[in-house]
Ligand binder design. Structure first.
Ligand SMILES: O=C(O)CCC(=O)C(=O)O
Length: 337
């Protein structure tokens, strides 16, 4: 068995909650300007776009995806063809993993000094700490999978995640197709620009334990995703917020919907037409929140940049063209691109 790492948020939360304390360690208290109690929008919530993927009229279906990607960089998708039963199983096996004894989870810990983010862990941040633990592992393409980071317990974890990988890829293809058509390009062009058949599907499970001070802490801190798209399943505890017109807006939970974030690579490929959405998560006083985002990322050596056909004298490149690994390095180390 691996050594138990004391600073997992789940363990910290467990001790605090067992002692019925009403405080959290200082390192989890966000600076005032980021505290959710002071910064969550309290007015009438604008309607966040929902897209029905079973809409038979292609123009309507594509139009609603394109409009949401331009205006919000964010939407929820219903009737997406991923069986409800499979989503339920995906959630069950993820929940069961996080309920395992701590030392069993540590078997999958991200190795110290590893270059990849794969594995079980907690976010290492320079400022305030995030109230969340996570597990990362690739689920597609098969040649990129490291099964060492896939839990063996529960035993159905592998089968369920492999099955989910196939379905989630279909959804990704469908959305990328629509984003291409929205740019008046061949339907395969956007996908080609963000990795083509080599797009890597990185699964993450976020586990946000109950937090005695949800007014002061955040689960994940404000960020945009490195990916082209992120396709996320949440549990039924709300917490995701998107930044829209200068306000942090609560995202409503829609049972069985998929949550879609437009990420940096779709913004860059479209030369800024599509918006990479800034988002964060709040935590809950008494309930565990969980989410299962899948990030669609180009391979490290893939060249990312605005799609050349889009560029004209009136639409000069707004972003540099570079290797994805260099883009990711700059972003993670907060170095200008
Ligand atoms: O939990 C969520 O709803 C969002 C998670 C997220 O933004 C992330 O893991 O990067």
């Amino acid at each position: 068995m691996a050594e138990v790492v004391k600073e997992r948020v789940q363990s910290i939360a467990h001790s605090i909650n067992a002692e019925m304390k009403d405080t959290i360690p200082d390192e989890f208290i966000m600076p005032v300007e980021d505290q959710p109690i002071l910064t969550t929008f309290k007015g009438p919530i604008p309607e966040i776009p929902t897209v029905d993927l079973s809409e038979p009229d292609q123009e309507k279906r594509v139009g609603s995806i394109v409009q949401a990607a331009k205006e919000w960089g964010f939407f929820q998708v219903v009737n997406h063809k991923i069986p409800v039963e499979l989503i339920r199983k995906l959630k069950n096996v993820g929940e069961e993993f996080f309920e395992l004894p701590q030392e069993e989870k540590e078997v999958y810990a991200r190795p110290l000094g590893a270059t990849s983010i794969e594995g079980y862990g907690s976010k290492i941040s320079k400022g305030a700490k995030s109230w969340v633990d996570h597990l990362f592992h690739r689920i597609w393409p098969p040649s990129t999978i490291n099964y060492q980071f896939w839990p063996k317990n529960p035993p159905s974890y592998r089968e369920v995640n492999e099955e989910y990988g196939k379905y989630v890829k279909e959804v990704g293809d469908e959305i990328l197709k629509s984003l291409s058509l929205g740019l008046e390009l061949e339907e395969s062009r956007m996908k080609e620009a963000v990795g083509g058949e080599e797009i890597e599907y990185m699964m993450k499970i976020n586990y946000y334990p109950p937090c005695p001070r949800p007014d002061l802490a955040l689960g994940v801190q404000p960020h945009t995703d490195l990916s082209s798209l992120t396709i996320l399943v949440p549990n039924d505890v709300p917490g995701l917020q998107v930044f829209h017109h200068n306000h942090w807006i609560d995202v409503q939970y829609i049972p069985n919907a998929l949550v879609i974030h437009i990420g940096d690579q779709a913004q860059i490929a479209s030369n800024g037409l599509y918006k990479s959405v800034l988002h964060r998560t709040t935590v809950n006083k008494s309930k565990v929140r969980m989410s299962w985002p899948v990030f669609l990322e180009p391979p490290a050596e893939f060249v990312v940049g605005p799609i050349p056909e889009l560029l004209t004298q009136d639409n000069p490149p707004k972003f540099k063209t570079k290797l994805f690994k260099d883009y990711a390095y700059c972003k993670l180390n907060k170095i200008p691109q």
